[in-house]
Design a protein around this ligand. Structure first.
Ligand code: FES
Ligand SMILES: [Fe+2]
Length: 410
């Protein structure tokens, strides 16, 4: 059945009906001063350049040449989220993943030391195992000519190699790359040159939330038909929420300010009229200011509205609440396809019916986002430039994504 394409006789009225309130008031409130119903909110200055910013060309979402450039400059020159610690191999085991198109082995030796290597045999380059494979044992065996590697990456045996001049097994270890963890996520630097993982001051603003103690309730992986940036942009703005997710629209009661520092864009649910301790923190403070850490334990009647939303360049998205977290990361699989991984975590002891409701809401919202992203990608695939302008308040997150990308490509 064909879908509908609704016309609108009075755009302003339609906007208000969908949002159930004066969204225009909300937009004004976000830039500070007297907002909706006279509520005062703190001003957050415009990021420099947003008023003249334009959207990116369609080719940046669809061309093979541009995609190769992004893989090289964005995904292969620094730290990239490669998953969550829940999926790491146990001691004496390994798992093959893909990071920015690069095959990587995550290996934990029998002493528990985690290392990452290119999943490339140092003989003639066969992968030691396929993406997604897991294995364990004292040695990794290449399936092609059976060279054997220890779990520290060193070459243990090259059977049948004969006597190549000057051949030293010590010169043929697996190529080690950077691996690090931050909270419940795992990061890989395939360039091996990025130095220590450092996500900046805003990453510390969620330090007090007990993510490590939460249980996994949803673990899903899907390849989706859009460029990786389409989802990152979608996640990094709330402008679309009243229209794409009318079920969760909260524009009557809160706004959605954003700040950024380094790799992190931080947005949060800011109640316009705070009614409890957590809401007062969200209302009064900026992320990371003294007192912000109390959010994780502050009294609230609505823990699932104490929302912290982090876009961590280049490919991680995290929702953090006192009792729950969503971790979502993307791996570009082609110019117009992306593997999207999601994990939903809840505090142990969450009632099953509550967990079910949260999981169902998450899936609904995600499918709605996937649907609009899929449709936007069709425009990019057709090579049609929107030549758009960004909303100066609501699309600060989109601007953040574009600025990080432009800096990486410069
Ligand atoms: S390519 Fe691995 S042993 Fe030959
Ligand atoms: Fe959305």
């Amino acid at each position: 059945m064909a879908g509908s394409c609704a016309g609108v006789a009075n755009p302003d009225r339609a906007f208000r009906l969908v949002a159930s309130t004066t969204v225009v008031g909300r937009l004004l409130s976000t830039v500070g001063g007297v907002g909706q119903n006279g509520a005062m909110v703190r001003a957050i200055p415009d990021p420099e350049g947003i008023r003249t910013a334009t959207t990116l060309p369609a080719a940046w979402y669809a061309s093979a040449d541009h995609h190769r450039l992004e893989l090289d400059r964005v995904f292969r020159r620094g730290w990239v989220c490669a998953g969550v610690v829940d999926d790491l191999p146990p001691d004496g085991a390994w798992r093959a993943v893909r990071v920015g198109g690069v095959p990587v082995l995550l290996v934990r030796d029998r002493d528990g030391v985690l290392r990452a290597f290119l999943n490339v045999c140092r003989h003639r380059g066969a992968p030691l195992c396929d993406e997604g494979d897991v294995g364990d044992g004292p040695l990794l065996r290449c399936p092609y000519h059976s060279w054997l590697y220890r779990l520290d990456g060193s070459l243990a045996r090259a059977s049948g190699v004969g006597e190549p001049d000057g051949f030293d097994p010590g010169d043929h270890s697996l190529t080690e790359v950077g691996v690090a963890s931050w909270r419940r996520t795992v990061w890989v630097d395939t360039s091996g040159t990025a130095g220590e993982l450092s996500l900046g001051s805003l990453a510390a603003a969620i330090d007090a939330f007990p993510l490590e103690s939460f249980d996994v309730v949803v673990s899903e992986r899907d390849e989706r038909p859009f460029n990786w940036k389409v989802l990152l942009e979608n996640y990094s703005e709330n402008y679309h929420t009243p229209f794409v997710h009318p079920e969760i629209d909260t524009t009557a009661t809160e706004d959605y300010p954003m700040v950024s520092d380094g790799a992190v864009l931080y947005a949060w649910d800011r109640p316009l009229r705070p009614v409890d301790e957590a809401q007062r923190i969200l209302h009064d403070l900026l992320p990371g200011e003294p007192g912000w850490e109390r959010l994780a334990t502050a009294a609230t009647t609505r823990p699932y509205e104490v929302g912290n939303y982090l876009t961590v360049w280049p490919n991680l998205m995290m929702n953090v609440f006192p009792d729950a977290a969503l971790v979502m990361w993307v791996e570009p699989s082609s110019p117009n396809t992306t593997v999207v991984e999601r994990r939903l975590y809840l505090r142990p002891g969450t009632a099953p019916e509550v967990a079910e409701r949260i999981a169902a809401t998450h899936r609904l919202v995600h499918e709605q986002d996937v649907d609009i992203c899929t449709r936007v990608q069709r425009t990019h695939d057709a090579g049609l430039d929107a030549r758009g302008r960004l909303a100066t308040v609501e699309e600060r997150g989109v601007f953040f994504v574009h600025e990080r990308l432009r800096a990486a490509l410069a």
